[in-house]
Design a protein around this ligand. Structure first.
Ligand code: FES
Length: 154
């Protein structure tokens, strides 16, 4: 069940949108900010607040890769799965990441530190291959630089 604090914050954010439905992604983001992810029960709680059906809100929540529908690690690594990144050597970056973290796509490290997720183009094609960790975007990533980047996140 959503807390009063979450409901208040959602109501505050919804005032910035022309309709309650239009603010649905922001409402999902608020829940995720408080809980780390958005569970089915939160979709059920949230949908009537937004004037939406549970099915409608669930479709939106599962469409956006930055809304997590399962628990994730303390840091989420979004690896660009776009063409430019593949052309520029993404396969070596993925190999280094999966080796270093000992996880596959969608997986979370045993210590709960990282979750590894693919994402569509990050808009950094001129610096491919690219990845995003939490809110930080890195371009020109290579198998040689990945360990140094990951060491910044504890
Ligand atoms: S294809 Fe990877 S950033 Fe655009």
């Amino acid at each position: 069940m959503l807390t009063d604090e979450e409901r208040d914050k959602i109501e505050e954010e919804l005032r910035n949108y022309p309709s309650r439905r239009a603010g649905c992604v922001e409402a999902l983001r608020v829940v995720q900010e408080h809980r780390g992810w958005v569970a089915d029960e939160h979709i059920v709680d949230l949908a009537p607040m937004l004037g939406m059906t549970v099915h409608e809100l669930d479709e939106i929540a599962t469409f956006y890769p930055f809304i997590f529908r399962k628990p994730v690690g303390r840091h989420v690594i979004f690896v660009c799965d776009g063409l430019a990144c593949w052309v520029m050597g993404l396969d070596a970056v993925i190999e280094a990441l999966t080796h270093w973290l000992d996880v596959s796509w969608g997986g979370t490290t045993k210590d709960g530190r990282f979750t590894l997720l693919p994402v569509a183009c990050l808009g950094e094609c001129d610096r491919a291959p690219a990845l995003k960790i939490d809110n930080d975007v890195y371009g020109g990533v290579s198998a040689e630089t990945i360990e140094t980047i990951l060491e910044k996140y504890t």
